[in-house]
Write a new protein. Structure first.
Length: 320
């Protein structure tokens, strides 16, 4: 009897039907399949990224101006929990409040001070009713960079007519005059809350500093509209119990737009007797070498702070 030849079992049933012979998986064949597997994974990853991008694009198309404003308001810096209390600085004296209002150049969007530079000491900051010592980024403003106000505080010696200064910042990047004044604006509701908290301290308000205009230059807001809206904003703040002189900066520099309409609105407000507005610095004179786009470089912020201090010093240092 002849021995029967052993036949290997087929790998797949169809191989048995076809009488196909199983091909061993050699190392060479394995290696040839690796690039194909990697390519398949990469293709799936790209497809996922494209799908996510399409979803984000659809979501952004559905975003409203109110959604964008809410996003910006959500980035306002709160008072750090580790901030020292202001009481040790006041030493029993009643402070006066300087309120800062405006957009990015009133907030924390300047280039940060380099670590090697001499640090600017923290200043008293009033935010939503709490008072703590802070430097940039200053609570109450958006942005994570530098701010004008610690340097202004230092230049004024931290005092206004013999009394300690505490700063209250309400500054939101990209905010237009319409967002400050519209009845249904979330920014209007926010600053109203801030003014109520300031009034609740019973500390007198010495000044309101307004550093805004670039957003309305970009929006091409008409001169009369800006003039009337800013006057209405001042009246609204006064109606909340914060009635003090307003110093207005000429703050429209944001190439390639021309700030003529906003600058003319400020000029008209300053020309009205008894309007409550006073001339702040013309920070538009700080040109490209002191700018990072529309915002200040470190040197630009230092120059702008010095300009503010120069305008305020005669009043701050006057005899009570």
């Amino acid at each position: 009897m002849r021995a029967r030849r052993r036949v290997d079992a087929p790998m797949f049933p169809q191989d048995a039907k076809r009488g196909a012979r199983r091909i061993p998986m050699t190392e060479e064949r394995k290696n040839s399949l690796i690039p194909l597997a990697i390519g398949a994974v990469a293709l799936l990853s790209c497809a996922g990224m494209i799908a996510a991008g399409v979803a984000m694009l659809r979501q952004s198309k559905g975003a409203t101006p109110a959604d964008d404003l809410a996003r910006r308001l959500a980035t306002i810096h709160d008072m750090p929990v580790t901030a020292p209390d202001c009481g040790a600085v006041f030493k029993g004296e009643q402070p006066v409040v300087i309120v800062v209002m405006g957009q990015s150049n009133a907030a924390n969007h300047a280039d940060p001070i380099p670590p090697a530079a001499a640090p600017v000491p923290p200043m008293p900051v009033l935010h939503l009713g709490g008072c703590g010592m802070s430097t940039a980024p200053v609570p109450g403003g958006t942005g994570t960079g530098g701010s004008l106000w610690p340097a202004v505080h230092q230049a004024l010696g931290g005092r206004w007519r013999g009394r300690p200064i505490v700063w209250a910042v309400v500054a939101v990047e990209g905010s237009s005059i319409a967002e400050w004044t519209a009845p249904d604006s979330a920014l209007r509701a926010y600053w109203q809350t801030q003014m109520d908290r300031i009034k609740g301290t019973r500390w007198p308000v010495a000044a309101v500093l307004w550093q805004q205009g670039e957003a309305d230059v970009r929006a091409r807001t008409a001169m009369a509209d800006y003039r009337d809206a800013l006057a209405a904003l001042r009246a609204g703040v006064a109606a909340r119990g914060v009635d003090a002189p307003w110093w207005i900066a000429r703050s429209t520099y944001c190439p390639p737009q021309d700030g003529g309409q906003v600058r003319e609105a400020v000029r008209e407000l300053l020309a009205i007797p008894g309007s409550g507005f006073r001339a702040g610095p013309d920070t538009d004179t700080l040109g490209p070498s002191l700018r990072n786009g529309c915002h200040f470089t470190t040197d630009g912020a230092a120059r702008a702070a010095a300009m503010w201090a120069e305008v305020l010093a005669p009043v701050a240092r006057a005899t009570p």
